[in-house]
Design a protein around this ligand. Sequence first.
Ligand SMILES: O=C(O)c1ccccc1NCC(=O)[C@H](O)[C@H](O)COP(=O)(O)O
Length: 282
Amino acid sequence: MATYLDDLLLGARRRVEAAVAREPLAALRERAVDAPVGPAFAAALAGAGVSVIAEVKRASPSKGPIAPDLNAPTQAAAYVEGGAAAVSVLTEPDRFGGSLADLADVAALGVPALRKDFLVDPYQVWEARAAGAGAVLLIAAALDEPTLARLHDEARSAGLDVLVEIHDEAEAAAAGRIGAELVGVNARDLRTFVLDRDGFARLRPHLPERALAVAESGVRDADDVRRAAAEGADAVLVGEALVRAADPRATVAALLAAGGDATAGPATAPAVDHRPTGSEAR
Ligand SMILES: O=C(O)c1ccccc1NCC(=O)[C@H](O)[C@H](O)COP(=O)(O)O
């Protein structure tokens, strides 16, 4: 029986086909390398304490509509004022209500931005680059290992960082083999939507030694961030709790403080970008 994840992957393939018909890969690449490179994503997470990757999320398969009227750049600006190191933007339209326009609008703020979507084709990597993203998400559960490695290499050659998302020991090992430098443990099973709140602690020792570790999904409050910090997270990725918050700026600041960053508060300096320039990424 087809799962939600299968449907999401099928939808992604269909959107790629339609997009290629409008703009072939060669033309997209040409446009992408001429666009300014987005601020570095991974470097922004490497500071003291647990960094916050704050997500722009209007809806989800597990919850339905969450914040349907959310304005992506306004929400992202509040996150940045609260001290978020980076912003995750769901670009999947059918179940999450997102778009590449949201990604471009958020990236235009000058914040490191992650394209969070169901990537199955190099074309989507170049769409992210053209929109000004600093990173893309690759979901190990959605890709066989050769495809995961190919998309990882494509993203790196496009000058993007890659957050490799895993759910178990086998996927953690695959992340190591492909040279992942940024690995997220998603507490949410993408087929059943059940949250495994012990998953990060269980999988943390299996992550590639030098990789930054991100705890994704189900982070509700300061206690959850304290727990992630104690379990060895470098960053937490938080969606629903922030889009439902009455004051997203203050909520990010409170999560950041719980993560042990003595400098918690409004972000003042952009992250240093050590990645290739647009023409070097060509
Ligand atoms: O959120 C879902 O229901 C979902 C279902 C199937 C695939 C992916 C899904 N979410 C994407 C994410 O990974 C989360 O948006 C992200 O980690 C933030 O999670 P949360 O803080 O629990 O909103």
